[in-house]
Design a protein around this ligand. Structure first.
Ligand SMILES: [Zn+2]
Length: 237
């Protein structure tokens, strides 16, 4: 097959797919074109072997997807933050999933002592995860197991980064959703593993420092209705 044949074959398969879908349900595309109500936001790796809808076994319209190298949620990355904002605030998804995968090239590359050009800054996020958990990771003898555990810990830290966003905190306080979950996909057998990310506990912990929405139980009343707190005594009083 030539490169041109490979390219053209996409459109042949697409026509076949449209035909099959329309035969199953003549209104399939008409319904999808009107609106979307996905229950999930899936934040996964760009790896070609981790297609969100396929591994979740869901149809078009069920999952809003954001993918990047090594499934990162970076504080100043307007791409992932925009996807989170749109999915949580406008589409009102019920669940946000960060899904890593064993055998991730991004995780492997981050652990190599090489200058990877523009990827250095992106993959440094993974080195930061390593730094946070180096005691646990350095205690593992098998290098493959170390990478597997780093993959899981990276998912956990990215889940925490999702919780640090104001849009997730505000929505959860308002409508008790979305909940944040961490998964790992195993390329070798196709199974998804739920890492049982402790969402309630982490939300509470994260909000001790990264609280971006007011909490009437904890935050100062700045409305002027209540008397101000007594001023602290100066040292020389
Ligand atoms: Zn990957």
């Amino acid at each position: 097959m030539t490169d041109s044949d490979i390219y053209q074959s996409v459109f042949e398969r697409n026509r076949q797919w449209v035909k099959e879908r329309t035969e199953e349900d003549p209104a399939f595309f008409e319904k999808l074109a009107k609106e979307q109500h996905p229950d999930f936001l899936f934040i996964g790796c760009s790896d070609s072997r981790v297609p969100a809808s396929a591994i979740m076994g869901v149809e078009p319209g069920a999952v809003f997807v954001h993918r990047n190298v090594a499934n990162l949620v970076v504080n100043i990355d307007s791409n992932s933050l925009s996807a989170i904002h749109y999915a949580v605030d406008h589409l009102q998804v019920k669940h946000v999933v960060v899904c890593g995968h064993y055998g991730c090239g991004g995780i492997k590359a981050a652990m190599q002592p090489r200058d990877l050009g523009i990827l250095n800054g992106w993959l440094r996020e993974i080195r930061d995860v390593y730094r946070l958990h180096h005691d646990e990771l350095d205690a593992i003898d098998d290098p493959d197991e170390t990478l597997k555990r780093l993959t899981e810990l990276n998912v956990r830290e990215q889940c925490i980064n999702v919780i640090k966003t104001a849009v997730v905190q505000r929505n959860y306080l308002d409508r008790k959703a979305p909940r944040v979950h961490g998964w790992v996909y195993d390329l070798s057998n196709g199974y998804l593993k739920d890492l049982n990310f402790p969402f309630d506990e982490m939300l509470e912990k994260v909000r001790e420092i990264y609280r971006l929405t007011p909490d009437p139980r904890k935050d100062l009343d700045l409305s002027g209705k209540n008397p101000p707190l007594p001023a602290k005594k100066k040292k020389d009083d």
